[in-house]
Design a binder for this molecule. Sequence first.
Ligand code: MGD
Ligand code: MGD
Ligand code: SF4
Ligand code: MO
Length: 716
Amino acid sequence: MLLPSRSATQPRDGIHHVSCNLCEAICGLRLTIADGAVTGVRGDPADPLSRGHVCPKGVAIADVLTDPERLRRPVRRRGPADDPQWEELDWDEALDLVADRLAETVERHGRDSLAVYLGNPNVHSLGSMTHGTELAKALPTRNRFSATSVDQLPAQLVASLMYGHQLLLPVPDLDRTDLLLAVGYNPMASNGSLMTVPDFPARLRELQGRGGRLVVLDPRRTETAKVADQHLFVRPGTDVHVLLAMVHVLLAEDLATPPPYVAGLDKVRAAVADRTPEAAEAASGVPAETIRALVRELAGAERAAVHGRIGVSTTEFGTLAQWAIQLLNLLTGNLDRVGGTMLTSPAIDVVGRGLIGPGHRGVWHSRVRGLPETAGELPVAALREEIETPGEGQVRALLTMSGNPVLSTPDGAGLDRVLPSLDFMAAIDFYVNETTRHADVILPPTSHLERDHYDLVFHALAVRNTARFSPAVFRKSSDQRHDWQIYAGLVRRLAARSPRRLPWRRRAVRWARMRTSPARVVSMLLRTSRTGVTLRALRRAPSGVDLGPLQPDQLPGRLRTGDGLVQAAPELVLADLDRLGSARAPEPGTLLLIGRRHQRDNNSWMHNAPRLTKGRARHHLLMHPDDLASRGLTDQSLVRVTSRVGEVVVEVSASTDMMPGVVSLPHGYGHGRPGTAMSTAAQVPGVSVNDLTDPLLLDVSGNAALSGVPVTVTCP
Ligand SMILES: Nc1nc2c(c(=O)[nH]1)N[C@H]1C(S)=C(S)[C@@H](COP(=O)(O)OP(=O)(O)OC[C@H]3O[C@@H](n4cnc5c(=O)[nH]c(N)nc54)[C@H](O)[C@@H]3O)O[C@H]1N2
Ligand SMILES: Nc1nc2c(c(=O)[nH]1)N[C@H]1C(S)=C(S)[C@@H](COP(=O)(O)OP(=O)(O)OC[C@H]3O[C@@H](n4cnc5c(=O)[nH]c(N)nc54)[C@H](O)[C@@H]3O)O[C@H]1N2
Ligand code: SF4
Ligand SMILES: [Mo]
């Protein structure tokens, strides 16, 4: 039985400014507080980046705060995950228990017997960014996994290979471009990704208003495709052919105008020599003449940008596709120029300040499949086998930090099945979800409105340079802990239990750092910021300060490559072209499964908020009517979807928005497993797309190929 938390100090009545950190768009919000409760949520029109935008998830932000099912105090599971009894612990007891069991596992079975998984909300929490890394360092294992390898790993790998740092990620200058080629993303629902763009709809209207065009490549006629000027259906997983053919045409027709600071152009030329638009058409379904026309338009435009996200990153050739996208911007002269793609100039430059490392690759490999690490992480598609396969280095204990890999990683059902075999599992999360239900102990941090926020990550990826600090609106109660306090508590305890103690000086330095609050860390980082922004100035400007549009001519100065040049032809990428050559076509009769997002969904969580889940069901399998008819299936009936890995039974909706031969399920569904205290979410129908995705389908980066999974659809 979980008791309501002791009441925290109430905020004053009136308007409070907060940052919405539920998604990458980081909108500025104005909360109305009356009698200590949030009575209204609006977009903040004075916010220089989000300009008043808010989406349904932002409106629901306070629902998490008041959700009676949100954990406020640590709990320990008694009984099996399918029928758990959760018993509250006090913080010292809980932190001691977790540190004891993690240290014990390492002592008994070696460093790599411990695994850690970091989920997406980590990057949305200031405390995780400032203090979570110290906890990660205190865990000696090589078995580090995160949501990165089901998301943007190809983009980061390409950035590290071409520009010398995994986070040197050029962002489209959306507010000034005249042509945006959007490959595999749906910002009308997602509000952008690796491109923080609150208010995409208005920004798009402005783009079109100044005569610009949006061209979308997507196997589904998405909400974005519907407002675009041109939409091209592309067979899932085959953008790489289209993009390489575009590079081919640029070079073959002598349209390339690369800057002088590039190495390896000859190799690029040779690599794409036979990547003709005709070959691309055969693979992708995009007409060769359309590809040529698009290249000519791109080369002729004064201001154009190409950007690709989930739909290309999560394919078997995500790295090659992301490389081709960078080449298109580079070779058309659009990299680093106004209206093209540019590096941002955030008030806290995490790259320039060395807060995040440049990235490395293959320094170690996964035990079972021998997959290389990238920037210190192994592909999460390998987590299950590392738990399941006996031998030296087998994973026996797992710590998850804000995530839900049972729903979000390939063959989630398989992971679900092996988690009970762990000796110990702990989770830092404020919900019992499909993954954390397996934890022996859950340590719940404060939630969004109870903690200070400065966005160290997404200001650095935004279409405009701005900075904003939002102090916590609600004070946490004495029986709650911020995530950074949980990390500090664990680091201190793990250090004390570590057989090889750190020298006292290093221990003292680390401990002092861990006790410094995230807001103070931000204040210190800002003190030496080149932009002159200070924390005090930000506190006086709760809507944020404007640092202006993105700045061109940052290159080659900001490159981190050894020779100071853009590496246009990294060996790793060129070598992957061989694999592309031997890629097999799907069996006849199979359909290709892709994912989707909806404006009211937020990955696998927020389904506890009825205001987000009510209304028309949106969990259905979408399928072209011709594909239904040819299989004798009826619209709105139940169908069985089968892949190499698993099967699900789900309602189907006929949709002419789907490319024939392609079916779509949203990700983040599949609640209602036994033992999940998210009983509200458990009522939400739908199945997990990741019960069908295949952990053996990987990009060269190790990113899971979640898109384009071969499936059959039959009567159940
Ligand atoms: N098939 C398919 N699979 C996908 C995707 C896809 O498009 N298709 N998308 C992928 C992508 S892009 C991502 S990012 C991943 C996401 O995958 P994950 O990161 O594994 O999952 P989330 O649903 O983001 O995690 C939500 C959990 O974090 C907790 N949480 C929320 N905020 C906080 C916080 O501040 N602190 C703590 N400690 N916990 C918090 C919530 O309570 C919830 O339990 O899924 C990936 N999986
Ligand atoms: N509302 C909402 N917003 C979100 C999130 C959320 O869960 N809900 N999650 C956030 C997170 S963690 C992320 S990473 C971002 C992701 O943001 P986006 O990248 O915009 O993610 P999706 O909406 O999944 O869009 C992927 C698109 O790729 C298409 N696609 C699938 N396969 C292929 C292919 O092979 N080729 C091409 N060209 N297209 C393909 C799909 O049809 C889909 O339209 O969104 C963030 N914002
Ligand atoms: S778009 Fe993202 S950041 Fe903006 S209100 Fe919605 S969830 Fe929050
Ligand atoms: Mo993501």
